[in-house]
Ligand binder design. Structure first.
Ligand code: AMP
Ligand code: ZN
Ligand code: FE
Ligand code: FE
Length: 291
């Protein structure tokens, strides 16, 4: 590393990755394997943020003890803002039991949605069955990536990108939108679990008006660093996060090896960002407020 690049913020010192998926949702690695990969990447902490489930967290925490790194308990929620789908990370969830009923409902809706997607595929002449999808997903929160894997195995798509471009992506012929949960309700749910609500990978949509509006609903932070962000996105989001008194977050959105160019730890998120989050959790706890 050259002297010049070493001066770029975040390239020195310990790093963390605050966005990763396991087999509890649509990741391809078990929670233990995700923690092992985080250790191998030299990270000091990893957040497990599966879609609509915290079922992978207990196993990850047990593995974290063994590997000597920290696991941040998290979840990724899908919400709707107007016509747009928005993702929120709930990080530092202290009381998973307080949100489990809601998460179970979201998973049941995922199950129903997958049945509808399979029906659309069948209408398009693609003879995949819901049993194939269930066999792929096991006990996981079902997502489109599970269906994509079935399409790839049946040679109906070359790879995941092709499966989304041809069938599963927004506006494509087998697309079925997700349930409508408002951003305000998603933030309130994260707060009910004692966690911080972080706007996930807002990209180009993360502009002042949106962040200000979500902050008014109690948003705690913004995922500033994400593989989908341009440098311009990252700079704008860092500035807006600071301006509105929110905490920064970042992560690779890792789904396991073989799922594209996203590499665990690649976003070089400094430990100090996690410490800012800890301080916000502590401030809220000592203020005795839940929301
Ligand atoms: P779902 O939760 O069922 O809506 O599926 C969303 C997940 O699908 C995301 O978290 C990604 O892992 C994956 N995904 C979304 N869009 C694409 C795409 N264009 N190509 C490959 N994977 C995608
Ligand atoms: Zn995913
Ligand atoms: Fe997401
Ligand atoms: Fe994600």
């Amino acid at each position: 590393m050259s002297g010049a690049s070493a001066r770029v913020v975040g390239l020195e010192g310990p790093h963390v990755d605050l966005h990763a998926h396991s087999t509890a949702s649509d990741g391809s690695r078990s929670p233990t394997a995700v923690v092992a990969a985080a250790k191998a990447a030299g990270l000091s902490a990893i957040a497990i943020t599966d879609h609509d489930t915290m079922d992978g967290v207990a196993e990850a925490v047990a593995a974290a003890d063994k590997f000597g790194i920290r696991v941040v308990p998290g979840v990724e929620l899908s919400a709707t803002d107007g016509q747009r789908e928005v993702h929120l990370l709930g990080l530092h969830i202290q009381r998973a039991s307080a949100i489990e009923d809601s998460l179970r409902t979201f998973r049941e809706r995922r199950h129903e949605r997958a049945i509808q997607i399979v029906a659309k595929l069948n209408e398009l002449g693609v003879p995949v069955s819901f049993d194939d999808v269930l066999a792929r997903a096991g006990d996981a929160a079902i997502g489109r990536p599970h269906i994509a894997r079935v399409l790839i195995e049946g040679a109906w798509a070359r790879d995941s990108r092709d499966a989304f471009d041809r069938y599963l992506g927004s506006g494509r012929p087998a697309y079925v939108p997700k349930h409508r949960l408002s951003v305000a309700d998603a933030i309130a749910l994260v707060h009910a679990g004692g966690g911080l609500a972080i706007l996930a990978h807002p990209g180009a949509e993360g502009r002042r008006e949106t962040i200000e509006r979500f902050a008014a609903h109690g948003l705690d932070g913004v995922e500033v660093r994400h593989p989908g962000h341009t440098t311009e996105d990252t700079n704008r989001l860092a500035a807006l996060t600071e301006f509105f008194g929110l905490v920064p977050s970042g992560g690779s959105d890792w789904h396991g090896a073989g799922e594209g160019p996203r590499v665990l730890g690649v976003m070089r998120v400094p430990l100090s960002w996690l410490e800012q989050q800890d301080a916000r959790v502590e401030a809220r706890r000592s203020a005795g407020t839940v929301a």
